[in-house]
Design a protein around this ligand. Sequence first.
Ligand code: F6R
Length: 366
Amino acid sequence: EKGGYPHFMLKEIFEQPRAISDCLRGRLDVESHSVQLGGIADVLDRLVNAKRVIIAACGTSWHAGLVGEYLFEHLAKLSVEVEYASEFRYREALIDEDDVMLVVSQSGETADTLAALRTAKRHGALTLGVCNVVGSTIARDTDAGVYTHAGPEIGVASTKAFTTQVSVLAMMAIMLGQRRGTLDSEYAARLIEELDRIPDKVEKILEQKDSIKEIARLFTYAPNFLYLGRTYNFPVALEGALKLKEISYSHAEGYPAAEMKHGPIALIDDMMPVVVVAATDHTNEKMISNIEEVKARDGRIISITGEDNSEVIDLSEFYCSIPETEDCLSPLLTSIPLQLLSYYIAVNRGCDVDQPRNLAKSVTVE
Ligand code: F6R
């Protein structure tokens, strides 16, 4: 049932080109440059006219939500707040009928996410879900929603659920941008065509598995890792760090790169691997100066960067290159090498990758 792979996690990492294609199929129309999301068609007017979208989730799904925030704001000029479901539910969060509550959950059963959804519903907000498990509690309790169609995810560490959640959020953002008139048609067309090419580009990254395995070998016993990213790749840095700690039990922290100066830089020495997720956007120069700051303290730079980003590549001790893409879609690519890096480090450390200690696939206790 693992399809010849030693672990479900590796199988699910390698399934991503297909999972993303399944997620896009029948929704993304490359001919007409349009997006159809049947699951939310009935509530579309309310969503298009929303004053604000609140995205609530936990863990990896919360990281996907953060990418969603950047997408919705950038493409649809729609104000978004991303909440840890547990924090949203226990404070007196302000939400009303002009708001939309969008919950993101692979399992559709996470207790805190479900409670956040029910709170929002009581306050009259429109509730939407992005779930993977069909017929799950969250999928049933929301007013409408979009399934990720990633197929069953068995490994406790979320991989294909994350990339398909981001794919759904990207489709929603493009569609909303088109409806709200905030997205010019040429850019929309480019994004739709590019989204359609993502599965092939993920495939290309997976082909680099041996070089990532080699990086993992060299850093298997590093006790601490720092992950840095900016803009769309800040959530990817958080996700990379979470993935590493949950399956390999190595300590890792993700930060927005600029925050390094406000504390974490004190940790950097010649024992510290710093994973830099550097897409090629308008923050590239800033990332380069962050890399220089790390190198000045003998930190070890592992970068995930565009294949044309020679400045970053030249400054890196190790790198994994990603094919060129639109900046706002780059998390769909940059997250892949980080999944593999965590996987190989965990395997080298003899960890139970599919069933990490203390973790459950769906957290239905509070
Ligand atoms: C991390 C992971 C968890 C889940 C979180 C939310 O790899 O799997 O952080 O993302 O427990 O679960 P769902 O998405 O099922 O609500």
